[in-house]
Design a binder for this molecule. Structure first.
Ligand SMILES: NC(=O)c1ccc[n+]([C@@H]2O[C@H](COP(=O)([O-])OP(=O)(O)OC[C@H]3O[C@@H](n4cnc5c(N)ncnc54)[C@H](OP(=O)(O)O)[C@@H]3O)[C@@H](O)[C@H]2O)c1
Length: 331
């Protein structure tokens, strides 16, 4: 297939492009930052500069490319700083998930594109009630914390617009697998604490597994929502010490809920202690997908074994709990 990947130069896009090419596809990949054209060319894609918030430019780029399929992997999370408001940190990404998605869908319709797959997110979105692990059919949180309302609404918009158009929304778990993953630096510095009992559930996915599932979603005649997460949704009290150990760091600190609320805000605490995980059975069944790293237990050590602490570049920390670290008076 001839595939147009919006956001091909990002963390997931740059893992996806080589896998698509290995599967015999032809890739037109978009980038935003000057300098990424060469990187995309080296990965085997035909690079195209594009601001997805420019709808006429998006239309032109898609019509010029004439793709059979479109993948939307654009976000604006590199070097994001987290404060008390998730909506402020995610503002540009929210626009890419609303306006950007709409522009791509309109262009896809006009160009007669038959497959459309877009990046969504699984963690912290399902209703904070009932069992710890949720399927795609379970309700989303009807009352997200005030600081995350726009972010949740943007993801909901993407899910609904894409599936209404007959496409696939992939609700990925938290990405890991690169030496500059957002959690690496704060966990190494013991600036990312376990909050309260640490019972909020997270779902993770290795970037290579996320890319492999995306290839399968393009190649299968499916539509709808798919959780792309590993086999072991887990409470923070379990995965965070394992991550620290994989990074060669000392065990994480623990902070009581009241202190975390004071420092990071009640919204971050609600996410950290109340969140639910996401089940991957539907993706395994419909896509024939098997994650190479079925659990973060194998994935974290595999991802970080080679990364020496001193060599880790600064990365964006897309996790609200990281806000605790900057203001913790107990440190
Ligand atoms: N599920 C998750 O946990 C999740 C999801 C997304 C990101 N993240 C994490 O967030 C961190 C940053 O992500 P990232 O490296 O992918 O960077 P990013 O800044 O989120 O960029 C992603 C892609 O979108 C492109 N882009 C940005 N603004 C755009 C715009 N206005 N129009 C069109 N394209 C645009 C970028 O182009 P350029 O690179 O050329 O600027 C890049 O190709 C990484 O650690 C990543 O793992 C996690």
């Amino acid at each position: 297939m001839r595939i147009f990947v919006a956001g091909a130069s990002g963390a997931i896009g740059s893992r996806l492009v080589p896998q698509l090419i290995a599967h015999g596809h032809e890739v037109i990949g978009t980038y935003r930052s000057p300098g990424n054209a060469g990187r995309l060319r080296a990965l085997g894609a035909q690079p195209v500069a594009l601001d997805l918030l420019d709808a006429p430019a998006t239309r032109r780029a898609v019509l010029d490319a004439g793709p059979e399929a479109i993948v939307h992997q654009a976000s604006a999370l590199a070097n994001v700083r987290f404060g008390r408001s998730l909506d402020r940190a995610f503002g540009p990404t929210n626009r890419l998930r609303t306006e950007g998605t709409d522009a791509l869908l309109a262009a896809a319709r006009e160009a007669g594109v038959r497959r459309f797959v877009a990046q969504s997110f699984a963690s912290y979105r399902y209703a904070r009630e009932g069992g710890p692990v949720k399927t795609e059919d379970d309700p989303l949180d009807p009352a997200p914390p005030a600081m995350a309302r726009q972010t949740n609404a943007a993801m909901r918009h993407l899910d609904e617009a894409v599936t209404a158009a007959g496409g696939v929304a992939l609700r990925y778990g938290g990405f890991y697998g690169a030496s500059n993953d957002g959690l690496v630096k704060p966990v190494r510095k013991r600036q990312f604490p376990v909050i309260g009992d640490g019972d909020g559930i997270s779902s993770f996915i290795h970037l290579d597994d996320a890319a492999a599932a995306t290839v399968l979603a393009l190649e299968h005649d499916v539509a709808g929502i798919y959780n792309i997460t590993d086999d072991e949704p887990a409470p923070m009290r379990d995965w965070l010490p394992a991550l620290a150990s994989a990074l060669g760091a000392r065990p994480p600190r623990h902070v009581p809920v009241w202190l975390a609320g004071l420092i990071a805000g009640r919204g971050a605490v609600m996410i950290a202690i109340g969140s639910r995980g996401a089940a991957n059975a539907k993706a395994k069944r419909d896509l024939g997908w098997t994650p190479r790293y079925p659990s973060w237990r194998q994935g974290f050590p595999a991802a970080y074994a080679a990364a020496a602490p001193a060599a880790t570049p600064a990365g964006g920390p897309p996790h609200p709990v990281a806000a605790v670290r900057r203001r913790d008076p107990a440190r």
